[in-house]
Design a protein around this ligand. Structure first.
Ligand SMILES: Nc1ncnc2c1ncn2[C@@H]1O[C@H](COP(=O)(O)OP(=O)(O)OP(=O)(O)O)[C@@H](O)[C@H]1O
Length: 455
């Protein structure tokens, strides 16, 4: 059985091959920034899109509404305003939703899950799959907050999530809302620990990742095939590659669909920069320098491989910086401790592989550094730039309209070529910060961060 870490592991392994690649010379060109507005297009169903402006208009159960208000949500976000009236329709309709990172997709599907549950029936009725244990746990926190004033019963279906089997079996038997990772959920359904027959809504968060055949696709498809026929299928993500979108259409037939144009996918409130380093060692020095001069709230440094995460964490610690690192090689307990510590703010700098590239929401993160530019294997099995992962990574900052900074470190033609492909894909400007004068770098970045704080 594949675990939730395996997708991240596969990506980590890809980079083992990177050093063997010969790359061609490319020019350092910045692209014109597009000014395209965010538009959400509904392409299925002829009825006009009804958009609400308040949570009251959605006729949520008063206890659910109370939970939502207590979370400080005064009115629905754009995607919630447009998607929720469709998601809550009776009879239920499938949905393929896309909106930028940090725009509130979680609440859109969690509110639908809570609204579909018959609270008198103590059995699984709403199931959500996410690509990592960290994201599954986060979604569950959000669901428990929203359902706080209801008697909804919940369970996390992630590895080692419960103390003993007896408790675990009772919990899953009675849990009305379950969030988990695909491998664990599939295993629990097959062993009849999760009873599937009353499940009314099946959600895939980060759906493109979950349907990607190379990743978690197999398990998610198997789980979906076990769902009752009339189960509402809801897919959400900030990105959908064309090949995955086509498959998503078959996975969730007759779905209402919200799409973004490529140039609208990148969140405008994240300022994107790059720094041209001489080699890997220089990248480490730049990193250390950056953390010496900057007072950041919290930040995430993304790397491709586990051993790089450990190596950079060690070097940064030796240089006197307080950092923690997270990757698929840690035990589940260690992963939970690292993530919980970061959420509480006890650690300011988190070094991670792609395992937390998607979905993770820590509001205080105002800086993301791509120590390595993200890559993937294309259909020809070649290693190429991975714009979708790039977008998800930088989307760990700039959450829900806040501002953020993303800095990419390039050190050779290979990394530059990959960064340039990403620029071209999104048609967004990634501006160079020159490294010849650190006083200038310091003033420049301090001003940028001051601007973020003032905004
Ligand atoms: N209506 C709202 N009012 C205020 N805050 C909200 C609202 N909806 C969501 N949020 C907050 O916005 C943040 C981002 O939401 P969420 O994590 O659901 O984004 P997302 O679209 O799923 O992002 P990603 O694509 O990265 O997974 C969260 O902290 C969430 O609590």
């Amino acid at each position: 059985m594949k675990s939730e870490t395996e997708t991240a592991n596969e990506i980590e392994e890809l980079s083992e091959k990177i050093s063997d690649l010969k790359t061609q010379d490319v020019k350092h060109n910045n692209l014109q920034e597009t000014q395209a507005d965010v538009k959400i297009i509904r392409i299925h169903d002829d009825e006009p899109v009804l958009s609400v402006t308040t949570f009251e208009e959605l006729n949520l159960h008063p206890d659910v509404q109370k939970g939502v208000y207590e979370m400080g949500f005064t009115r629905p976000s754009k995607i919630q305003a447009k998607a929720l009236p469709l998601l809550l329709k009776s009879p239920p309709q499938n949905m393929i939703g896309q909106s930028q990172s940090g725009t509130g997709k979680t609440a859109a599907f969690v509110l639908t899950m809570l609204s579909r549950i018959d609270l008198n029936l103590k059995a699984p009725q709403a199931l959500c799959l996410a690509p990592s244990r960290e994201l599954a746990r986060q979604i569950m926190v959000e669901a428990r907050k929203m359902g706080k004033y209801t008697p909804v019963t919940t369970a996390e279906a992630i590895r080692d999530s419960s103390s003993n089997n007896r408790d675990r079996n009772t919990t899953f038997k009675e849990a009305q809302l379950i969030v988990g990772t695909p491998g664990t959920v599939l295993d629990l359904i097959k062993r009849h620990i999760i009873e599937k027959k009353n499940i009314k809504i099946f959600v895939l968060d980060e759906a493109d990742n979950m349907l990607n055949q190379q990743g978690l696709g197999d398990q998610s498809i198997k789980v979906k095939n076990l769902m009752p026929r009339d189960c509402q299928i809801v897919l959400f993500s900030a990105t959908y590659e064309d090949s995955v979108r086509e498959f998503a259409g078959r996975f969730a037939p007759h779905a209402n669909e919200f799409r973004l144009k490529i140039e609208e996918m990148s969140v405008k409130n994240i300022k994107q920069f790059y720094m041209d380093c001489t080699d890997e060692e220089h990248k480490l020095k730049v990193l250390s320098e950056l953390y010496s001069i900057l007072t950041i709230h919290q930040s995430i440094i993304f790397v491709e491989r586990r051993d790089s995460a450990d190596r950079i964490a060690k070097r940064m610690t030796d240089l006197g910086h307080k950092v923690i690192d997270l990757h698929g090689g840690l035990s589940t307990t260690e992963r939970d401790e690292v993530m919980d510590g970061f959420r509480k703010g006890s650690a300011k700098v988190l070094i991670s592989t792609n395992v937390i590239a998607r979905g993770i929401d820590v509001m205080q993160v105002n800086l993301v550094i791509n120590f390595d530019i993200p890559v993937k294997r294309n259909e020809d099995n070649k290693i190429v730039a991975d714009p979708d992962t790039y977008l998800h990574r930088i989307g760990r900052t700039g959450r829900f309209g806040r501002k953020g900074i993303a800095i990419n470190l390039v050190c050779d033609n290979y990394s530059w070529k990959n960064l340039r492909s990403i620029q071209e894909y999104f048609e967004r400007d990634i501006t160079q910060i020159k490294l010849d004068d650190w006083d200038h770098v310091e003033t420049f970045l301090k001003n940028e961060i001051k601007a973020l704080d003032a905004a």
